[in-house]
Design a protein around this ligand. Structure first.
Ligand SMILES: Nc1ncnc2c1ncn2[C@@H]1O[C@H](COP(=O)(O)OP(=O)(O)O)[C@@H](O)[C@H]1O
Ligand SMILES: [Mg+2]
Length: 342
C-alpha cells in the first residue's frame, strides 16, 4: 500500500514557537513509518520561511526551550525552502498542524491550507478562531448555561471598569488570545493588578481579568468529528508554580498529573459531558482539550478549549489517550483519519 505523505508543520509566528517544535518533533517520531512518510516543515519565527526538512535534521535541532530565552532562529541542518502551503498541494496527502497559538491554532494557517486545497488535521477556520479568542469563546458559551468564570475585558490604555463585578481579589489576568499560560498571572491584591495587566499587555492589546477560581484543575481531551468522545479526565497539580504556568507545563517535574482524576463517577461524567458540549459548541473537529477548574472541588467551570493541545511527550492529550488504551502512534493515526474524512 502506498504510504500517506504527511507534512508536519511546526514552529511559526507564535510565542509558543518552541513548544510547537517539540510537538512537531514528537509527531514525526511517533508516526507509524509503515503507513506514513513524515515530511517535517519548520516555519521561521517571523512566519516567512518554510523549511522542508527530514526526520534526521528534526531530531538534531537544538533544544527549543533553551533557544527560547535567546529568541534565536532554529534552522534545520539541511532543508529546502518552500513557498508556504502552495508547494504542499503537490506531493502531500495531509498536513499535520503541530502548531500552537496565533498563526497556528487560530484559523489563519487553516485558511491558507484551505485556499491551497491541502487537507489538514484538527479544526477548520471558524472553530480554530473561536477556540483561540477567549472572549468570543466565552460569549458563545454564555448562551448555553455552561459555567465560566466571571470576567471583565481590559484594553491597553483604558481604565479598568466594573472590577466590582468580580468580587474581592485575588484575580486572574491573562491575554485574551494566547496559550501555554504565556502572559498569565495572579493579582493577589488590587494593587497587583497593574503589574499583572502590564505582563498580559506584553503580548497584545486586550486582557481578561477573571475572578480567581479556587479548586482542582481538570482537563478533558476529546477526539472525533461528528460524534466526538471524551477521554479520561486528568487532574493537574502544579508543583512548581502557583498555578499551571509555563514552567509547570513544560519542565520535567513541573506538575503532577493524575489519570483518571479522583472524582465520583457522576462528576466524571458531568465534566466529560461539558467538554463534549464545549467541543461541539464551537464546531471543533479531530481533537481538542477543554480546561476546567473544579470550584470548591465540586463545581466545574470551563476555562478554555485548545483546538491544538500540546503534543509533547509530557502533554495531556497523549496521556489521556494512553489511559484509554490508545497509544501515541494510534492517536496520531486517528487524528489523520479524522482529517481525511473531514
Ligand atoms: N479564573 C482563573 N482562576 C484560577 N486560575 C486560573 C484562572 N484562569 C486561568 N487559570 C490558571 O491559568 C492556567 C492557564 O489559563 P488558561 O485559561 O487555560 O489559558 P492558556 O492555557 O491558554 O494559557 C490554567 O491552567 C489555570 O492554572
Ligand atoms: Mg489552558
Amino acid at each position: 500500500m502506498r504510504k500517506v505523505k504527511v507534512a508536519v508543520l511546526m514552529g511559526g509566528k507564535s510565542p509558543e514557537h518552541e513548544i510547537s517544535l517539540i510537538s512537531g518533533r514528537e509527531v514525526v517520531r511517533n508516526l507509524d513509518k509503515s503507513k506514513y512518510t513524515p515530511l517535517p516543515v519548520v516555519i521561521s519565527r517571523d512566519g516567512s520561511k518554510w523549511r522542508l526538512t527530514d526526520a534526521k535534521s528534526i531530531f538534531s535541532l537544538p533544544d527549543p526551550i533553551k533557544a527560547r530565552s535567546k529568541k534565536k532562529e532554529i534552522v534545520p541542518l539541511s532543508y529546502k525552502e518552500i513557498t508556504g502551503a502552495n508547494n504542499l498541494s503537490r506531493g502531500v496527502d495531509v498536513a499535520f498542524i503541530a502548531m500552537h497559538g496565533p498563526y497556528g491554532e487560530d484559523g489563519t494557517i487553516q485558511g491558507m491550507l484551505e485556499l491551497s486545497g491541502v487537507k489538514y488535521t484538527g479544526s477548520k477556520v471558524l472553530a480554530s478562531a473561536l477556540g483561540m479568542d477567549k472572549i468570543k469563546f466565552r460569549e458563545l458559551l454564555k448562551g448555553r448555561s455552561i459555567p465560566i468564570p466571571k470576567y471583565i475585558v481590559v484594553k491597553r490604555g483604558e481604565k479598568v471598569r466594573n472590577l466590582k463585578e468580580l468580587g474581592r481579589p485575588p484575580y486572574f489576568v491573562k491575554p485574551y488570545n494566547l496559550g501555554s499560560s504565556v502572559g498569565a498571572s495572579i493579582a493577589r491584591k488590587k494593587s497587583e493588578l497593574k503589574n499583572a495587566l502590564r505582563l498580559a499587555f506584553e503580548y497584545g492589546n486586550i486582557a481578561l481579568v477573571d475572578e480567581y477560581l479556587k479548586g482542582k484543575e481538570l482537563t478533558v481531551s476529546v477526539i472525533g468529528n461528528e460524534d466526538p468522545k471524551a477521554l479520561p479526565v486528568i487532574e493537574i497539580r502544579p508543583l512548581k508554580g502557583e498555578f499551571f504556568d509555563y514552567e509547570s507545563k513544560y519542565s520535567e517535574s513541573g506538575a503532577k498529573e493524575i489519570v483518571p482524576a479522583r472524582l465520583s463517577k457522576k462528576l466524571t461524567r458531568k465534566v466529560q459531558q461539558l467538554a463534549i458540549e464545549v467541543y461541539k459548541a464551537i464546531g471543533t473537529s479531530g481533537f481538542g482539550r477543554v480546561d476546567f477548574i473544579l470550584k470548591e472541588n465540586k463545581y466545574p467551570y470551563v476555562l478554555e478549549i485548545n483546538t491544538i493541545p500540546g503534543l509533547t511527550p509530557m502533554s495531556l492529550l497523549p496521556k489521556a489517550a494512553a489511559a484509554a488504551g490508545i497509544s501515541y502512534p494510534k492517536l496520531l493515526e486517528r487524528i489523520i483519519k479524522y482529517a481525511l474524512e473531514k
